[in-house]
Design a protein around this ligand. Structure first.
Ligand SMILES: [Zn+2]
Length: 347
């Protein structure tokens, strides 16, 4: 199949701005996980990957040192914040010190998991809010150091609806019942997104990469309004081509053109020892061959005008998508240039 836009002798320069080399907490072997990442990157023309699973403190420092020794220039690493410690005395000061030390050790971004809002609890058992004022120090320090904050808030809208057979992501919720956030014990998705926007509004000096297409791929009008309102808000495509591919392709294409300087290509791939996950956790590891198909489907989506094609993560929904045929200069920004502007260390 011809991928027209990048043809004519142009090669894709690709940075994966959203991936996980192991999961934070030191459970996975850095050497094994990084070797797997490099195999997949090399098989698919990915020059650099942003690793969201840097952890913090010593684990982070050791990981970055390992990257520098073994794979110089291939990875940029984000620091993670231990929100479960938020009740400790002087948490803001400690969290700021974590970010500062991470920067000194070579981290160039802050990655915030959805556990902020949906997982981490304070000592009274209450979920820590995304806009908890004790986190403000992290956002300010990140801005001061020009470290973008890659933030995952909430989850797919379907995960907040009853996990019954008519739920369009029933298949995934069957494999991962813990992904369901349906019920009064959870904040609503709207509430979580409102908390996120308060943080973005209160910290104009800090760039926020709204993961998974702004954390609201189900509503591109919302995404458009937020992108208009906040010049410090960016988007990534990680694991959401299936979701956004359902729009009228002309409407979606217009969003990519309009905000062409603030959308980053990301896969949400996870490299855990020798287990490869492509967008969605599954019990069986994907193969290198499957990774080629996974990336090819992304290229087909962004670079052609094909209708009713497969999307990269079919378990996320049993439907076909419509490709958006972006022009070459927009593809260059999406695949690499925007990531380099957001994180100059990727140059
Ligand atoms: Zn991710």
């Amino acid at each position: 199949m011809m991928l027209a836009a990048m043809a004519a002798g142009q090669t894709r320069q690709v940075i994966d701005a959203h991936a996980h080399v192991g999961m934070p907490g030191g459970k996975h072997d850095v050497a094994k996980s990084a070797a797997l990442a490099i195999r997949v990157m090399d098989a698919n023309g990915v020059s650099k990957t942003v690793d969201y699973s840097g952890s913090y403190g010593e684990a982070l420092r050791d990981k970055i040192a390992y990257y520098n020794r073994q794979y110089s220039g291939r990875f940029v690493t984000c620091v993670n914040i231990p929100w479960e410690r938020i009740d400790e005395p002087e948490f803001p000061k400690k969290a700021m010190a974590i970010v500062e030390q991470a920067y000194k050790d070579g981290a160039r971004c802050v990655k915030v998991f959805k556990s902020l809002g949906l997982g981490a609890r304070d000592s009274s058992g209450k979920l820590v809010r995304v806009d908890d004022h004790r986190a403000d120090a992290v956002w300010s320090k990140a801005g001061e150091l020009r470290m973008p904050v890659m933030i995952h808030t909430g989850d797919p809208a379907a995960f907040f609806r009853p996990p019954t057979p008519d739920n369009e992501r029933y298949g995934e919720l069957g494999v991962h019942p813990e992904w369901s956030f349906y019920g009064p014990q959870w904040p609503s998705r709207e509430e979580l997104l409102a908390q996120l926007l308060r943080v973005v509004a209160n910290h104009p000096e800090t760039d926020f990469l709204g993961l998974h297409f702004g954390n609201n791929p189900e509503d591109i009008r919302w995404v458009t309004r937020v992108m208009e309102r906040f010049p410090n808000f960016w988007l990534d495509t990680g694991a959401r081509v299936g979701e956004i591919g359902r729009y009228n392709p002309a409407e979606l294409r217009a969003v990519f053109l309009r905000f062409q300087d603030r959308v980053l290509f990301g896969t949400d791939a996870a490299y855990e020892d020798d287990h490869l996950t492509l967008g969605v956790p599954e019990p069986r590891s994907k193969t290198i061959e499957e990774s080629r198909e996974f990336f090819r489907r992304h290229w087909e989506f962004f670079e052609t005008d094909h209708r009713n094609i497969e999307h990269p993560s079919p378990i996320q929904g049993n439907w076909k998508v419509n490709a958006i045929n972006l022009p070459p200069e927009v593809l260059r920004k999406l695949y690499a240039e925007n990531a380099r502007r957001l994180i100059p260390a990727l140059r």
